[in-house]
Design a protein around this ligand. Structure first.
Ligand SMILES: CC(C)(COP(=O)(O)OP(=O)(O)OC[C@H]1O[C@@H](n2cnc3c(N)ncnc32)[C@H](O)[C@@H]1OP(=O)(O)O)[C@@H](O)C(=O)NCCC(=O)NCCS
Length: 225
């Protein structure tokens, strides 16, 4: 059989990936159930525990203007993060960061964290902003925002915050060390002590192997004929 010549097929171009990233509003409450489900399944994949959030809680954060959402231009949920205050508003944490698996590694967590950081500074200008994480991706983003690694003694001592760790498989370490250390790294941005980006720490993070994330599923934002 000879070679069959194929007719010229039209070139299909992937639509550019564009996202809306901004403070969530009432109209975004319809994504709350999906957000909670994604937080839970991602925590299972990573083998970490999380303080389980209910959709009503996420909805309230949106109504209060204390959450940032990312949506794809075709209206799909892409990412989320919200603000939590501790120790009588002396400390703020940017919690619940999640990017939908198909939209990871497009810089969305960076955009969400930047926006929620700006929002935290607007709403609580005197508060220290902190986080605890095992994620190198999050450590990189925090470092670029001016956070520095700190011992747990420099972040909130609010029992409610630390009780949130009780669902983590590593909670026994935290308890055994009287909350002095665990597998998470504590990171802090102190508005009274602004620091330059810790380039040395950032360089160390760049060399670290990737966090344990499953491969990104194929994207289906391809334009049809
Ligand atoms: C962690 C998570 C939020 C990152 O989201 P993302 O949108 O893929 O992150 P970005 O694309 O903005 O990447 C930010 C930086 O982290 C790096 N990064 C992203 N995923 C990474 C991974 N799995 N391992 C190591 N570094 C990673 C990126 O290369 C980028 O670094 P660069 O600026 O030097 O290029 C996302 O993977 C996720 O939702 N994971 C599950 C939930 C979770 O872990 N939340 C954090 C709890 S503290």
């Amino acid at each position: 059989m000879g070679i069959v010549e194929l007719p010229n097929l039209p070139i299909i171009q992937a639509a550019p990936l564009e996202f809306f990233v901004d403070v969530a509003r009432e109209e975004h409450c319809r994504y709350a159930t999906e957000i909670c489900a994604e937080m839970e399944s991602s925590a299972k994949v990573r083998g970490t525990g999380i303080a389980k959030r209910k959709p009503e809680y996420i909805e309230q954060k949106m109504r209060d203007g204390k959450a940032v959402i990312a949506l794809s231009t075709d209206g799909r949920f892409a990412g989320f993060c919200y603000i939590e205050t501790w120790s009588g508003k002396k400390f703020v944490a940017n919690s619940g960061l999640i990017v939908a698996p198909e939209f990871r590694k497009y810089g969305l967590a960076t955009r969400l964290k930047r926006r929620v950081f700006e929002l935290s500074r607007e709403l609580f200008p005197d508060a220290k902003i902190f986080g605890i994480t095992t994620s190198h991706a999050v450590m990189k983003i925090n470092t670029e925002l001016g956070y520095v690694p700190v011992p747990f003694s420099e972040i909130t001592d609010d029992d409610t915050f630390w009780n949130g760790c009780s669902s983590c498989p590593n909670y026994d370490i935290l308890s055994r060390t009287q909350r002095k250390m665990c597998l998470c790294t504590g990171m802090l941005y102190d508005p009274n002590e602004p620091r330059n980006v810790d380039e040395e720490f950032l360089a160390q993070l760049q060399q670290h192997p990737p966090d344990n994330e499953p491969p990104r599923p194929p994207i289906d934002l391809i334009d049809n004929f």
